[in-house]
Design a binder for this molecule. Structure first.
Ligand code: UDP
Length: 423
């Protein structure tokens, strides 16, 4: 059996004051014909990164809606996660492809995990490429198989994509954050398009007073009298931590007091993380105003919340980004947000309206300087951004989209409940 993840309990009723009445009613209506259906989510890790973040809220809420749902993680060793990280990077556009040995490792671990998977569900939701080849082992499954891709697939390495496509074709449906991520290939199942969401009631996003936030960041050595900018993200080349340091150095010319926090967790399935972490530390060159923190320093959800709340500006300077939950997290806290003009970020920030979209460290610096010069302007945009998040990027909407898809896959009438499919 694959390892089960304990997601705890959440109650839909708690979200009634945040989601609209219409949405809550729709969720209940869509959930009714699915009562007791068995769902399993499969992913590579229960810790670090967006998929884990989403599953910890989505899954307990699916359960509360009446489905019999669980989450299991596949097993693998470094050689497997090295191969899957290469796949991840290649799908986001890196030229480096898979060696024949890596392809074999990928297939081998999927074979092993398939042996440990008990195929006794109505719906199997497979997250990202790591377990994607599992579906091929269950040709006569009674379950509907769905591949949920969280990656920016707008300009993939075609060779690596080609390696995965036969596996993807085996699915009954796919889900992508954006239409431009849907691979252009023959014979793929229908692609559904919806963005992920953040949980407004989770410790990561719950209301935290400025005083409590200040108290928490103070514990990490942040000087409360001086301004702070923060980026929260895994140590990953696509998150460009080095570019953030460049931007910080440029801002420092106008604001010598500035402090920078790079808050990044180490995901279990991310062997590259350590290399990037070390590179980032080296690039910071001992600057005492740069705080490089992670779960190893006891940074958990509440601490991430506090850093976001306490920051004068929140940065997400990604070069590629499937969605970028951190952007919605910052906007939900009404923080002025500066982010890379890439992938799912452009769905969250309207440049000049709800935040700042930037294409370089220098633009990032300029945006932060604008915010530090005129906090009222920053706040105005961030409040508009918060409304966008409220309408589009909170968990009840995500739950609804999944329920629509499940109903459709078993032929239930979902008239009136629309979801976007790729043209
Ligand atoms: N995160 C965290 N601690 C960290 C770094 C990241 O809790 O030190 C969380 C972050 O708050 C967000 C998620 O991990 O909820 C990252 O999701 P995102 O979509 O931004 O990026 P991904 O890691 O999936 O590429």
């Amino acid at each position: 059996m694959l390892q089960l993840v304990n997601v705890g309990h959440k109650s839909l009723a708690d979200y009634a004051t945040i989601a609209t009445r219409g949405l809550m009613d729709e969720i209940l209506r869509l959930a009714e014909p699915l009562a007791g259906k068995r769902v399993v989510h499969l992913s590579a890790t229960a810790f670090g990164g967006g998929v884990a973040e989403i599953n910890y809220t989505l899954i307990p809420l699916m359960a509360d809606a009446g489905l019999d749902v669980e989450w299991r993680v596949i097993h693998g060793r470094d050689e497997f996660f090295d191969a899957t990280k290469t796949i991840h990077n290649a799908l986001q556009g890196s030229e480096q492809g898979l060696t024949p040995a890596q392809k074999e490792v990928y297939t081998h671990y999927n074979d092993l995990n398939a042996r440990d998977f008990e195929d006794d569900y109505d719906f199997v939701v497979v997250h990202d490429p790591q377990p994607a080849a599992l579906a091929g082992h269950f040709g006569d499954s009674r379950a509907k198989w769905i591949w949920r891709c969280h990656i920016d697939l707008s300009a993939p390495n075609q060779e690596v994509l080609g390696f995965l496509l036969p596996s993807i074709k085996r699915y009954d449906a796919t889900v992508f954050h954006r239409e431009e991520y849907v691979p252009k290939a023959e014979g793929l199942p229908l692609a559904y398009i919806w963005p992920p969401a953040i949980d407004p009631l989770a410790p990561k996003n719950m209301a935290l007073s400025p005083e409590d936030a200040a108290y928490i960041v103070d514990q990490f050595g942040i000087d409360l009298k001086r301004p702070l900018v923060t980026q929260v993200s895994r140590f990953d080349p696509w998150k460009d931590p080095v570019g953030v340091i460049d931007a910080y150095r440029e801002i420092k010319a106008s604001y010598p007091d500035l402090q920078l926090a790079l808050v990044g967790s180490m995901a279990h399935d991310d062997p590259e993380g350590w290399r990037l972490y070390n590179e980032t530390v080296q690039y910071a060159a001992g600057d005492r105003d740069i705080y490089i923190l992670s779960n190893l320093n006891n940074i958990g959800a509440v601490e991430v919340n506090a850093f976001q709340v306490h920051s004068a500006a929140v940065i997400q300077k990604s070069i590629r980004e499937g969605f970028g939950l951190t952007v919605s997290e910052a906007l939900w806290k009404a923080r002025p947000t500066v982010a890379g003009r890439v992938g799912g970020i452009v769905a969250q920030i309207q440049d000049g309206e709800t935040g700042w979209l930037v294409d370089s460290p220098s633009e990032c610096a300029q945006a932060c300087i604008e915010i530090l010069d005129d906090p009222a302007l920053g706040r105005q945009r961030a409040l508009r951004g918060k409304e966008v998040v409220r309408r589009n990027f909170l968990t009840p909407r995500l739950l609804r989209d999944w329920l629509v898809l499940f109903n459709r896959l078993v032929g239930n009438d979902t008239a009136g409940a629309e979801v976007v499919t790729a043209a």
